[in-house]
Design a protein around this ligand. Structure first.
Ligand SMILES: C[S@@+](CC[C@H](N)C(=O)[O-])C[C@H]1O[C@@H](n2cnc3c(N)ncnc32)[C@H](O)[C@@H]1O
Length: 259
């Protein structure tokens, strides 16, 4: 199926911030419950070692996605790097929350992934978010990382398939059951917007289906890495089965080692 750039509700500037925060909280519920990115830890560690960053700069962080778990997995592999979370619409409670793990902080300023300010350095990561960008913008994100001499890792858990279609359709049941066990802190806002007036949960079904349609295939990612100095990086592009419902599509770029 060719990629279709339909709209997602939580991308819209007019979408209520409280609902956007709940939608990204639900994504975090999935990341923490199912650990779809754990299979990518060895490749991510290798790219980090090759890039020698002082920081990891996560773009489009939402509610922090997989970072609480990934930070622990990277530490186990000997990489104890601070993680800076950023978003165009920073998650309001994630900015203030006390992280269960040291070395994670969330920036209060809005950071647009297509215009990363020069003072924010570090190895760039984008989880479940590269599909938000049209091809020219997406390529620009890759090129900008190379121009800034930063490594970059893009990982997507969405992909158009019948499995994804049914998983998206029935995802509210998963969120209703799993949220109180996984979300920390579980607040009255979650109670209202997940159970009593579950509009964000219903918008998640649409956003999830559309994300599947917007996700770049490995072939489309391959076609993007043609720009000045792209050859100075080693690019790894492919897919890996993560859970029964999702496959991780990845693009990981890090500077080539000098011979
Ligand atoms: C699907 S969520 C992914 C959140 C998180 N990475 C995760 O894995 O749970 C996409 C996020 O991208 C953010 N976003 C959308 N457009 C953006 C842009 N141009 N720059 C930075 N963030 C953006 C949204 O606010 C949202 O938090």
């Amino acid at each position: 199926m060719p990629r279709r750039h339909l709209f997602e509700f939580h991308d819209m500037p007019w979408f209520p911030g409280a609902w956007r925060d709940v939608i990204t909280d639900l994504l975090k519920v999935f990341s923490i419950h199912s650990h779809p990115y754990r299979c990518m830890v060895p490749m991510l560690s290798e790219a980090l070692r090759r890039s020698h960053p002082e920081t990891i700069l996560d773009l489009c962080s939402g509610s922090s996605g997989p970072w609480e778990d990934l930070k622990a997995r990277l530490e186990e592999s000997g990489l104890d790097l601070p993680v800076v979370l950023t978003d165009k619409y920073p998650h309001r409670s994630a900015i203030q929350q006390a992280w269960p793990r040291e070395g994670i902080r969330y920036l209060e300023e809005s950071v647009d992934a297509t215009k990363v300010p020069a003072h924010l350095s570090g190895f760039r990561t984008l989880f479940a978010s590269f599909h938000h960008f049209r091809p020219a913008e997406a390529q620009r994100i890759l090129q900008d990382a190379v121009e800034a001499c930063s490594g970059i890792a893009i990982m997507e858990i969405t992909r158009w398939s019948w499995r994804w279609f049914f998983a998206s359709l029935f995802s509210p049941i998963f969120f209703w059951i799993a949220s109180p066990f996984v979300l920390r802190p579980f607040t009255w806002r979650h109670l209202v917007w997940i159970y009593l007036l579950p509009f964000p949960v219903l918008f998640t079904v649409w956003d999830s289906l559309v994300s599947g349609l917007r996700t770049y295939s490995p072939q489309e990612l391959e076609a993007m890495i043609h720009f000045p100095r792209a050859e100075t990086y080693q690019w790894k592009i492919g897919e890996r089965t993560a859970t029964w419902a999702c496959t991780v599509t990845y693009l990981v770029g890090a500077p080539r080692l000098e011979a």
